[in-house]
Structure formats: C-alpha cells, structure tokens
Design a protein. Structure first.
Lengths: 246, 303
C-alpha cells in the first residue's frame, strides 16, 4: 500500500561533540495520521523534533517534512504548526488579537484571518471569549486555544510537544477530540506525551531509547508483539536505558 | 497521633480561592496522595504544610505542632521537595547534599543509610554541578537533600510531573522503600494512574476535595455499570456513541471508550444501534472503573 508521506526520515544522525543524540533514525509519518513520539527523558525526542521543525540541522541523513528537505528550514517552518508543553500565547492580548498576530506572522491576509477566526471560534464554542484577555481564561480553555492557534494557518503538519501536561481529565479528553477532528480533516499530527493512555489514542507510535528507535507500529500491534497488556507496560519494558545515567 | 491534621483550611490569592475549606488527616507512616490537575490547589496546600505560607483560614498541625505558631521546631521534622528544582545549580551534587546536612546540624554520614539506595545512583556524578544534571538525576538529588536530616514527614510536590513512565516507576519504588522506614509521605501528582501506589488518596479540583479514601474504595464508589467499547476507528466510534440515546456518557480511555448506558439498556442493543450507523465489529465488555473514571464522574457532579 502506497500512502502519501508527511514526514520521511532516513538515517538521521545528530551529534553534539562526542555525544550522539540521534543515532540513525529511520521512519515515515503518513499524511493524516496521529503519530505518537515517545521515549524516556533524554532519549533524544526533543533533538529529533527540533530537526523536524526546522530549528536544527541534522549531522547526517535525510529529512523531508511536508515534501521539503531539511536543508531549507524556513520553507519547512511555513508549512508546519507547533505547540509547546508550556503555554505559548500572549497573556496580555485578547483571543482575537492572538489569532491576528499568529495569522499575520504566517502571512495570512486580514480578510482570511477574520474569516477563519469566525469559523474556528464557533467550532470551539469560543465565541463569547473573543475580547477576553488570555490571562483571564481558565487553564483548560487556554490549552485548547493554544492548539487552535497552532493550526490556524492550516499547516500540513502540526507538532504537539506534551500538549496535555498537567491538564484535568475532562480537558485532556476534549483536547484529544480536537486532535481526532483535526486528523480526520487530513492534517498530520505529531505528538509527544508522558501519559501512556494517550499513546493508545495514536494511529502509530514510536518509542525512542538512548538515541535510537526501539519500537514503531500501531499500539495494538506493539502490545501483541511484546505480549503486554498496555503501552505503559510495554514502555517500562523496553524504554529503560541500559545505563542508569538518566 | 495523626502525622497531619488539617481543619477547614482556606486560602486566597486576591479574588481567587485556591483552597476552599479543606479538612483531612494523614496517619503516621502513611503514603498519602493528592491527585488533581494544575490549578487544583495542591502546591498551595503543600506550602502551608511545609510552613512556608500562612493559611487565610483554618489550621494545620504536623505531629501535633501547629504549622504557624510552631514552625521553627516543625521544620526540623519536614523534608520538602518543591515542584520546581530549587537546589543550588552552581554547587556540585556533593556540595548541595553537604549544605543541607549542615544547615540541619547533621552530616551525610550520620543518615547515609536513609539515602543510600537513591544517592548511590547519582554518586558517580558527585563532582558535577547540579544545574548540569539530567531531569531524573536532579529529582534523585532533590529527594536525597530532602531526606538527609531524617525528617518524620516528606512533602513532595509533583515529583513525577514531566518525568517519563520508566523514571516514574522507579521513583515510586523509592517511595515505597522510604515508607517501609516509617517515614510519612504526602505526595501530589496529576497522573491518575499513580494513585494506585498510595495507601490513601484525596482527589482535589478547584480548591476542593472531591473524595478521600483508599484507591480501592474510591474505584468501588463508582455507582454505575461501566462498559469498555472498542473499534479500530475510535473517532467514528466516539461520534456514533455520542449520538445514541441509549448512552449517558462516553469518554475515551486508552484503546477503548468507557461508556455508561441508560438503566434499561443492555450491550447487544447498543451494538445493534452502532451497526445501524455503519459501524461493524464493535466489541463491548464490562470493565472495572479506574481512578480517572471516578474523577470524571465527581467533576461532572460538581459542575
């Protein structure tokens, strides 16, 4: 089966001095899939994600994101969306102003911004908050808005770095429904998380350990291959680094 | 004597009520968990327990000593690990530990047995500056420093937040060891699955306690019959379940959706209704509620 690729990574190596953070990573992410990127702290996830987002160059290997080679990071940045684990909106701007700012940065016209903003705020049932300052929004709403901002310019791929860290269980589920909905419209979602139940929500997951990929498949296939009842059990079984320097 | 007694604790920041009339007891030698999301009030509560802030209302005692009037004495019995790493970044591992031992009038040697299992793992890096340690190593050093004066109680504010599942498992194993030494531990976490490792837990949300009990009793308190429904296309399944009149609640849980059905409805009827929407091969089975199911139920009741 030939599926359209959103991300292609071949033999990606990234070294910092004598330390190899990414050791010959090879994987594909299909268009429209929810791809979970897991690993222990220090396994090399952040390094790889920074390369995929065009923020850092690989030492060697080939990386293509949204059809663009990693040698052209500025073009990559225009085609992706990014949301970090820490909240990244301007607290002293309103909801509308934040959307205008990010839309403007990504080169959208004011007309486009207004039109999409309308649409977006309705879909999120956010219309009552247009003129509200971010700092006055409850935590759960902020997190959802941060996601909405990351996909506002309709990128081909959105990168979510621990988007639900510390969020209450109701908001966490609403957040994942937004992810499902976004993926069902054809956008590719690349997500990291420490919640192992969220790993089960992904179409496919990869687990990194000590700079390498040690597992890559759908959660159900991986559970079956390793004879574990859950991804959590699997993770504890295979993601533990061999030395204890972690 | 209870290790912790909290009575009607209230605290405000301006117009925001961070803690709203909170009462609980922790027994000596107990591993007691506060489970709740960011903004629930966990950190404020722990700072009051650690004698760092004075509550606006109510009172708290640790080992019979009031946290406000007897704070000086009490501090000798408390080991506190704040949520943010707050050791001296430009001191080495060893220097930090020595510093904490010295200000409490003890030595590393005197209480080494308490920290041995934990400290041994970072001892090879004892000459490294604390700021240059990895997350997992910082966590181990912070715990060692909180323990070095042999406190009667450990107050650990979200020690596992942002930590991967492997290191989290190891950390809870360390806590189980310390508990067996007779140390009382109160610990907070946003990860609901970690609740199962505590003797008793309090579920906390928006400054209020939703429940206090053993993890088993809390899971058993779930009043309704719960089903796990699964299908490869989870999003379609969820949308379909939400549209069915037979379904009261449906929440995604890992690889399935947890569903509560109306009293008069049995699984085959739901399966048939789902088939009518075009979803075939759905499986439905009864399942045991987890802490998170209960938390969701209690949150919805509050709203």
């Amino acid at each position: 089966m030939d599926r359209e690729m959103a991300i292609e990574v071949r033999d990606l190596v990234k070294r910092f001095g004598s330390f190899t953070a990414n050791d010959r990573l090879t994987f594909d992410v299909y268009k429209g899939e929810i791809f979970g990127f897991l690993g222990a702290n220090g396994a090399g996830k952040t390094t790889a994600m920074r390369i995929l987002c065009g923020l850092s160059r690989p030492t060697s290997g080939r990386v293509t994101v949204a059809g663009i080679d990693s040698g052209n990071p500025e073009a990559i940045k225009r085609r992706i969306g990014y949301m970090s684990q820490r909240f990244s909106l301007y607290e002293d701007l309103t909801v509308n102003e934040n959307l205008e700012l990010y839309g403007g940065i990504y080169g959208m016209t004011m007309k486009e911004i207004r039109q999409r903003r309308e649409e977006l705020l309705q879909r999120l049932s956010f219309t009552g908050y247009c003129e509200t300052l971010i700092q006055a929004l409850p935590l759960g709403l902020r997190q959802k808005l941060a996601f909405a901002v990351a996909v506002f310019h309709e990128p081909e791929i959105v990168f979510l770095d621990e988007p639900t860290s510390g969020v209450d269980p109701v908001t966490r589920r609403q957040f994942w429904e937004m992810i499902y909905e976004t993926a069902s419209r054809g956008m590719t979602v690349f997500v990291t998380t420490h919640y192992m139940d969220e790993a089960e929500y992904c179409d496919r997951i990869t687990i990194m350990s000590e700079g390498r990929i040690v597992a890559l498949d759908s959660p159900s296939a991986l559970r079956e291959q390793h004879g574990t009842a859950s991804v959590e059990e699997l993770f504890v079984k295979i993601a533990r680094p061999k030395n204890t320097n972690s | 004597m209870a290790a912790v007694e909290a009575l009607n604790i209230t605290h405000r920041y301006g117009r925001v009520t961070a803690l709203d009339d909170i009462s609980f007891n922790v027994n000596e030698g107990e591993l007691f968990g506060f489970i709740g999301p960011d903004g629930a009030g966990k950190t404020t509560l722990f700072r009051i327990a650690a004698t760092l802030i004075i509550p606006a209302g109510g009172r708290m005692t640790l080992f019979g000593l009031n946290t406000v009037s007897r704070y000086r004495e009490l501090r000798n019995h408390i080991g506190y690990m704040p949520g943010r790493f707050s050791l001296y970044q430009d001191l080495t591992v060893e220097e930090n530990l020595n510093f904490y031992a010295t200000i409490f009038g003890t030595t590393i040697k005197e209480n080494y047995h308490l920290i041995e299992l934990i400290y041994k793992q970072i001892e090879p890096f004892r000459k490294r500056q604390a700021g240059r340690l990895s997350g997992g190593m910082k966590q181990k050093l912070a715990l060692s420093c909180a323990l070095i004066h042999k406190p009667g109680i450990l107050i650990l504010d979200e020690p596992t937040t942002g930590v991967d599942a492997v290191s989290r498992t190891e950390f809870w194993e360390m806590l189980a060891n310390l508990k067996s030494e007779g140390i009382t531990i109160i610990v907070s976490t946003p990860y609901m699955d970690e609740a199962l490792r505590c003797d008793r837990i309090a579920l906390i949300q928006k400054g209020k306690l939703l429940a206090i009990d053993t993890p088993f009793n809390i899971r058993s308190s779930y009043a309704r019959k719960l089903y796990a429904v699964s299908h490869p296309d989870r999003y379609r399944l969820l949308i379909a379940l939400r549209s069915l009149p037979q379904v009261i609640t449906s929440e995604p849980f890992g690889d399935s959706v947890h569903v509560v059905l109306r009293d008069d409805v049995l699984p085959p009827e739901v399966k048939k209704a789902l088939e009518e929407t075009g979803l075939h091969g759905v499986s439905i089975a009864g399942t045991m509620p987890g802490i998170e199911d209960v938390f969701l139920e209690l949150m919805q009741k509050e709203q």
